[in-house]
Design a protein around this ligand. Structure first.
Ligand code: DX5
Ligand code: ZN
Length: 224
């Protein structure tokens, strides 16, 4: 059975309580997802490297930094130095994806390629020797609390098949946007193994319980 990893996004959290939230989630999650937005690539601004640095000592879990910024290659070192273990960049935001992934890998972090809803996997086979996961955006990036784009189930399955056909079976599929108890099983069934959830976990009244519920819902859809 595919191991499901639960990755809460801090975007939906009460920012005054981030430290307490991270401690509360520690035993219920696999990865901590931090959304970085620059006000250019996406119409919102969020967390800088100093936030990652503050949270780093509070968790043993990998910190997954999702860079929704233009020219993400300029920020790899700053976020890695702050404590990021995984770093993903958008294919739409960097001119030289292969080089950017290599820089992330050379820094010692796991490297992810993020795809907006309208972007397909074409070309990824040529660069993913330096990649660990593909982040399939299941909403348009920039904000939490949006509805899951239904066509994403087909897209997740297509990306999983593409990776397998190109002998990239170790590259994982991460999904992000509108993931909750009602969409998690479908995502897992389609081939996603890392589930990012903001409102469904960090926006819930009991985030730790919500994380566990999401894992149960996803595991029901997980195959092989
Ligand atoms: C959106 C971010 C997501 C966001 C998801 O641009 O990349 O990580 O926090 O939030 P929900 O789960 O509320 O859609
Ligand atoms: Zn994200």
């Amino acid at each position: 059975m595919t191991e499901i990893q639960i990755a809460p996004s801090l975007l939906a959290a009460d920012k005054m309580q981030l430290g307490a939230l991270v401690s509360d989630l520690e035993d219920h999650i696999d990865v901590l997802h931090i959304d970085v937005m620059d006000g250019h690539f996406v119409p919102n601004i969020s967390f800088g490297p100093s936030v990652v640095e503050c949270l780093r000592p509070l968790t043993q879990k990998p910190i997954d930094v999702h860079l929704m910024v233009e020219r993400p290659e300029l920020w790899v070192t700053a976020y890695r130095d702050a404590g990021a273990d995984w770093i993903s960049v958008h294919v739409e935001a960097t001119y030289h994806l292969e080089r950017t992934l290599a820089v992330i890998r050379e820094s010692g972090a796991r490297a992810g390629v993020a795809l907006n809803p309208g972007t397909g996997p074409e070309g990824l086979e040529f660069v993913l020797k330096n990649g660990d996961f593909v982040l399939v955006m299941t909403v348009n990036p920039g904000f939490g609390g949006q509805s899951f784009i239904e066509a994403s189930y087909r897209k997740i399955a297509a990306i999983r098949a593409y990776l397998d056909v190109h002998e990239l079976t170790d590259v994982e599929v991460q999904v992000d946007g509108g993931v909750g108890p009602s969409t998690a099983a479908g995502c897992a069934e389609a081939g996603a193994s890392i589930l990012v959830a903001g409102s469904a976990i960090t926006g819930a009244a009991d985030p730790a319980a919500a994380a566990s519920n999401l894992r149960e819902a996803a595991t029901a859809g997980s195959t092989d």
